[in-house]
Design a protein around this ligand. Sequence first.
Ligand SMILES: *[C@@H]1O[C@H](CO)[C@@H](O)[C@H](O)[C@H]1NC(C)=O
Ligand SMILES: *[C@@H]1O[C@H](CO)[C@@H](O)[C@H](O)[C@H]1NC(C)=O
Ligand SMILES: *[C@@H]1O[C@H](CO)[C@@H](O)[C@H](O)[C@H]1NC(C)=O
Length: 364
Amino acid sequence: MQSALALFALAAVSPLSVSAVPATATASSSSALPSATSNVLGLNELAHAAGKNYFGSAVDNTLPEFTDPTYMSIYLNWDQFGQITPANAMKWMYIEPEPGVFNFTLGNQIADLASDYDYVLRGHNGVWYSELPSWVTSTDWNATGLAYAVQRHVNGIVSQYAGRVYAWDVVNEPLNDNGTYREDVFYDTLGASYISLALETARAADPNAKLYINDYNIEYVGTKSTAMQDLITQLQADDVPIDGVGMESHFIVGEVPTTLVENFQAYEALGLEFAITELDIRMELPATEESYEQQKQDYYTVVNACMQVSACVGVTVWDWTDKYSWIPSSFPGYGDACPWDADYQRKPAYDGIAIAFEGQNITA
Ligand SMILES: *[C@@H]1O[C@H](CO)[C@@H](O)[C@H](O)[C@H]1NC(C)=O
Ligand SMILES: *[C@@H]1O[C@H](CO)[C@@H](O)[C@H](O)[C@H]1NC(C)=O
Ligand SMILES: *[C@@H]1O[C@H](CO)[C@@H](O)[C@H](O)[C@H]1NC(C)=O
C-alpha cells in the first residue's frame, strides 16, 4: 500500500516538472573509476536524432525502484529514456496467479507510467518457461486444456493493454542453445503449435501491437540464430502473425560477439523489425579502469550494430543502474553491467552508447 501511494505521488507530478539530476550530484563510492563525459543530449534524444524509436530501460516494480526518488528523477526524464519494459510485472506468475484470475496491479503501474510520460511500452511477456505460477507447472495438462489456458492468458494480458503497447514479447525464449525447441510445459504438451497459438491470440487481442519472439544467444551468427530464422520463416509461410525479434543481448565485457551486424542483416532480410531488448554487459568484479573502458567499447559495439541496420528500432537496457541490476544475484562474481553505477553516476559505458547514437567512431 505504501509503495502504491508513493508511486501515485510520483506519477501525479507533471512530466515537465521532473528535472534531471546533474551527473555529478551524488558522491560515488567508486570514485577511483572513470565516469562519463558526454553531457549534451540524453540517450533517448540521441536515439531519436539517429532515427531510432527509443532508448529505454526495463524497470522492476517488484523491487523498490518506484519508491526510490533518485531512481525516478533520472528515469522519468524523457531526454534520457523514452521506453519502458516491465522487468517482472507482466510475467505470468504476477499477472495471472490463479487460473483465469488476473491481477493487473503491477502491470497497470507500468502501463500508466508509460501513458503519463509518453514512453513507448513493450509488453513482456506472454508465454515463457520461467516465472510461471504453480498451477501452470503442476497441472497434468492435456492439449485442449493447456491450449485454452494459453489463449486465456495471452488474450487477458494483451487485451488489457490494447492500444497502449508498442510491441509484445508474445513468446519468450522458445529455443535451446543448440537450436531445438525448449522442452517445457508448453512444448511438451502442445508441440511448437503453442507459438502460433500465442501469436494468433495476441493479434486478435490487439491488432496494432507488434508481435515479437524474444530470445538470447540469437544476436550473433550461429546455430541458435539460424534456428530462430528458420522458425520465423516457417511462421511466415504458415501466415502466422510475426512482426519482430527481440535480441536480448546479455553480454560479458570483452566478449561481445563480432558478428552482430551480419546477423542483424539476416533478420532484416526476413522483412522483420528487431530490437535490442535486454542489453547489459557484465564484468568480473572488482571493476577496474580497464574493464570500465572495455565496457564503454562494448556498449558502443552493440548500439553501433543497431545503428548499422535500419530494421533495428530501438535499444532497451535491462535496468540502467547497477543498484537494481539482476546480474550479481544471477551471475555470482559478476556485476557493474549497467551504464549508470549503483550511486547513479554515469559510467564510461554511457559515453559508448552516446557516441554510437551520434554516429561517431570510438577510439579504443
Ligand atoms: C495483486 O497484486 C498486488 C501487487 O503485488 C498485491 O498487493 C495484491 O494483494 C494483489 N491482489 C490480490 C487480490 O491478490
Ligand atoms: C482435458 O483437460 C480438461 C481440464 O483442463 C478436462 O476438462 C477435459 O475433460 C480433458 N479432456 C480430455 C480428453 O481428457
Ligand atoms: C539440445 O539441447 C537440449 C537442452 O540442453 C538437450 O536437452 C537436447 O538433448 C539437445 N539436442 C541435441 C540434438 O543435441
